[in-house]
Each structure stands twice: as structure tokens, then as C-alpha cells.
Design a protein around this ligand. Structure first.
Ligand code: PLP
Length: 386
């Protein structure tokens, strides 16, 4: 049976060019980047070149890129690292639809005395900017807003948010502004100067790079306000100790390079496929609805072009997911982690979906390898099992 993967927002296969680039770093060029001899120098040169590539792509400086073991860790470093430099009482502002690696971390920080403001979102999944403005106070040390949501793909107006924060800040150092750009990087401009952010999280495995590698961009001017959460040998400018994962770092840089080179082309291709899929779904299930921003993907400034979260009236999403999987189509009923726990999606709840609609919703996410032939085959299967 031909298997069809429509879960690229959960993870992506490694690009063949990425695999080719990283392979020598597993055996031939295996040195510890911290060693002074030839082998070590060869490895650190590759790590440095990768850092330079990533920095350039997002308009950052070389020493503003901190490699971490995942985007989850980068998010933890941004939040916990900022908290460690200050004393409570302090305030953190996040949206209700952040990834769990932000939400679970702020819940933990609440236990340590942080006051957390959870900004509501509207039906489309857009945050309430007025509420953000009202929530900023002298004690606010960090605002963290996801650039594009992983379940519904809603894109937040990061530049506008940065302006609100900067206007409030005037000459103060706080609040810092962090964005989780893990899902956004593939399709949206992530130039840090253009966005006006202080901290930004990226991940390799969502952009056809290896798993287990992430990065935190931390602007030079705010670095004194971040304290490491993993201490030891002082790697990553002291912000993240542990021997650098050279093959993963090299692969991350290659994935970043390929993604930004092909961004416009891939965006157009995936937008067209997503639009086509949706038009055909409406023929199969006329009462189906897009959860979140229902504008079609030509307006990808408001929703990522690769994510479609669909409400199928009268269907049980878990049953449908299993039936589709049995027939070879892999989709998701939420983000990978919450789906495993079989918890109703907090993102769909936050956009005001009632429980019965949440239980009938599935996420389809398309990727570079997705073809119209695959979509047509999947549509036939959806028609058969729904
Ligand atoms: N942030 C977002 C928006 C994500 O979609 C994910 C992936 O699930 C993460 C963070 C976590 O990334 P990682 O798997 O690299 O820890």
C-alpha cells in the first residue's frame, strides 16, 4: 500500500542534500568542536560556518545564534533564562495558543512566583492587540508570541506587536520580545531586524533538517539579560553547555539555506495544492469548515499555506484518523504531543470551538514532497471512509 504523509507540521523527512551534507560529520569529520587538534578544528570550522549561514539568513550576527537540543529547549532558554536574571514579582505575557513548550514552561514559572497573562485570541486565532497593550506594565519582563501556530497555522502580526512593545518600553530594557518561529520559518520572512524582536526560536526538523537541533536567536543587546539553563563546559558563548552536535548543526544550516532559497516557489506550490484540496473536500463534505483563519492561502500573511485544520460535521476525529491511517493516509488530530495524550486541543478551544466541533476536527499539513496525485488519492480515501 502506498502511504501518504499529510503531517508535515509534526515533522518532515530529511532532504537528500541535507543527508549528503551531514554524513561525513558522523564518521570522517567526527571531532569534538572543543578540541584543539586538527579533528576538533575541522568540526568547529563546520559549526562556525553553519552558525554564520543561519545568522546571515535571518539578518543576525554570528554570536547571536545559540544552538540548542530542540526548539523546546530554545523556548525554555528564552523564558527561564530571562526569568533567572530578575526577581519576582514579574509578569510574562503569552498567547493562549503558544506551543506546549511555552505554555508548560510558564505554568512552571507561575509556581516560582511569575504572574502570567494569557492573551485571548479571536475565532481566527489572532491575538487581541488591545489586551496586549493593556497588559504591559512596569513588571513585565517578557512577551512571547508564536509567529505561526502549529495546529491552525494562524500568523500573528509580529512587527505590530514589536512596535507596541517598543513604544511601551521607551528607554527601559524590559520587556523582552520573543517569538517561536518554528512553523513560520518555512514560509515567512524571518529577518530579525525587520520583525523587531529580541529572541526567536527555530527548529531543524520542521524544515527537512535533522531532529534534535534547535536554535535561539538572542540579540546582542539583550544577551546580558539571559542566564543559561544548562551549565558546564561553556559552549555556545556560555549560553548552552554540552558538546556541539556538529552533524545536526551542519544539517540545520543546510536546511535553512535550502528553505530560504526555495521559499517563494514552495509557498506557491503548497498554496495551490492546499486550495485544491480544500475545494475538493467541500465537494465531499459540503458542511466542512476550516478552523481558524478560513481565508484561502493566497493570503498566507494570515495563515500558513501548508496547514488546514478542518471540522468534519458528524465525524469522530479519532475514528476518522484511524480509518485514514489504515488506508494509508497519515494526518493529525492536533499537535503531535497532545494527540498522543488524547486531550481535546487547547488551541481549538481558545478560538472558541465547542467540544463537539473539536472532537470532529483533523489537521492536514502538506510538504515539499506532496503531489496532486497524492492529494487525489487521499481525497478518494477520505470519501470512502468518511
Ligand atoms: N514550537 C512549535 C510552534 C512547534 O510546532 C514545535 C514542534 O512541535 C516546537 C516548538 C517544538 O520543537 P522541537 O520538536 O524541536 O522541540
Amino acid at each position: 500500500m502506498k502511504r501518504i504523509y499529510f503531517d508535515y507540521a509534526a515533522t518532515t523527512p530529511m532532504d537528500k542534500e541535507v543527508i549528503k551534507t551531514i554524513t561525513p560529520y558522523f564518521n570522517e569529520k567526527f571531532g569534538n568542536p572543543g578540541s584543539l587538534h586538527y579533528f576538533g578544528q575541522e568540526a568547529i570550522a563546520a559549526v562556525d560556518a553553519s552558525r554564520e549561514t543561519i545568522a546571515k539568513t535571518i539578518g543576525a550576527n554570528f554570536n547571536e545564534i545559540i544552538f540548542t537540543g530542540s526548539a523546546t529547549e530554545a523556548n525554555n532558554l528564552a523564558l527561564r533564562g530571562a526569568m533567572k536574571t530578575t526577581k519576582p514579582p514579574y509578569r510574562i505575557i503569552v498567547s493562549k495558543i503558544e506551543h506546549e513548550s511555552i505554555l508548560d514552561t510558564v505554568r512552571d514559572l507561575e509556581k516560582e512566583g511569575a504572574e502570567v497573562i494569557y492573551l485571548p485570541v479571536d475565532k481566527q486565532g489572532s491575538i487581541d492587540l488591545k489586551k496586549l497593550k493593556e497588559s504591559l506594565n512596569e513588571r513585565t519582563i517578557l512577551v512571547s508570541i508564536i509567529y505561526a501556530n502549529n495546529e491552525i497555522g494562524t500568523v500573528q502580526p509580529i512587527q505590530e506587536i514589536a512596535k507596541i512593545i517598543n513604544d511601551f518600553k521607551e528607554k527601559r530594557s524590559y520587556p523582552l520580545f520573543h517569538t517561536d518561529a518554528v512553523q513560520a520559518f518555512q514560509f515567512l520572512n524571518c529577518d530579525v531586524n525587520n520583525l523587531g524582536i529580541d529572541l526567536m526560536t527555530l527548529s531543524a526538523h520542521k524544515i527537512y533538517g535533522p531532529k534534535g537541533i534547535g536554535a535561539l536567536y538572542a540579540a546582542n543587546k539583550i544577551q546580558p539579560l539571559i542566564t543559561p539553563i544548562i551549565t558546564g563546559g561553556g559552549q555556545e558563548f556560555g549560553f548552552r553547555s554540552g558538546t556541539e552536535n556538529a552533524p545536526a548543526i551542519v544539517g540545520f544550516a543546510k536546511a535553512i539555506e535550502l528553505t530560504s532559497e526555495n521559499r517563494a516557489k514552495e509557498t506557491k506550490k503548497i498554496s495551490e495544492l492546499t486550495d485544491y484540496f480544500w475545494r475538493e473536500i467541500k465537494k465531499i463534505s459540503p458542511k466542512a469548515e476550516i478552523n481558524g483563519n478560513a481565508n484561502l492561502t493566497t493570503s498566507q500573511a494570515v495563515r500558513l499555506p501548508n496547514i488546514l485544520n478542518i471540522f468534519f460535521p458528524g465525524q469522530n476525529a479519532q475514528d476518522l484518523l484511524i480509518k485514514l491511517d489504515i488506508n494509508g493516509v497519515a494526518v493529525s488530530s492536533g499537535s503531535a504531543c497532545s494527540a498522543r495524550a488524547f486531550k481535546p486541543s487547547y488551541v481549538l478551544k481558545a478560538i472558541g470551538l465547542p467540544d463537539n466541533k473539536i472532537k470532529s476536527s483533523l489537521r492536514f499539513s502538506f510538504g515539499k514532497p506532496t503531489t496532486k496525485t497524492e492529494i487525489n488519492l487521499a481525497l478518494k480515501i477520505i470519501k470512502k471512509v468518511s
